[in-house]
Design a protein around this ligand. Sequence first.
Ligand SMILES: [Mg+2]
Length: 227
Amino acid sequence: MPIRCITFDLDDTLWDCAVVMERAEAGFYAWLSDKLPKVVAGHTPESLIKQRRVYCEHHPELSHDFTRLRKGWLADAAVTHGYAPELVETGFRAFWEMRNDVQLLVGVADMLAELQADFRLGVISNGNADVHHIGIGHHFEFVVHAAAAGALKPDPKIFQHALEAARLSAGEIVHVGDDPVRDVAGAAAMGMHTIWVNHARVDWPGGSLPDAEIHQLSQLKGVLQAW
Ligand SMILES: [Mg+2]
């Protein structure tokens, strides 16, 4: 069966996520210090993140939705300290803008434009990055977020949403991502083809091998042509 569609993971596949999140968390802490100083009182940026993680652990029903988790935590913190809950949307927006201020890896936009000529392209992401806000949304025919699908990769549910969005069978799709479990094992379990993006050139951690491994996205087209 020929491959008709390529789905991409976003974070750590199309950009380096750690850099973005570090900056976004620092900026969010600065925003909180300015607008809700009582929330950050006695906290370092790190201890505040830890406190938010505890909130997340207490809300496993939202574990697939990082937006609702952060807003929920912020609403709790605001109300606890006597701030207006309306600040939640403003605060989240401030974080979200920084979280989406990503630096695409070299050649990503050109690669997507080139692949778009031969394949239908989609996104399957656990996070809350917005490809339209980032400026690459026009390359994708569909975007599936864990928040909307109700489950995180590698749960079959989120891949099922992508299959429905693509209106293709799994064997006609190749999923491209950096995470051996969430991306490779998750997509393979659905019968999709898989390409592991191993930027750091680490060893394969075990489990069923991906159909191909690449170290940079510029290798993607060659791999697909060779199939
Ligand atoms: Mg990733």
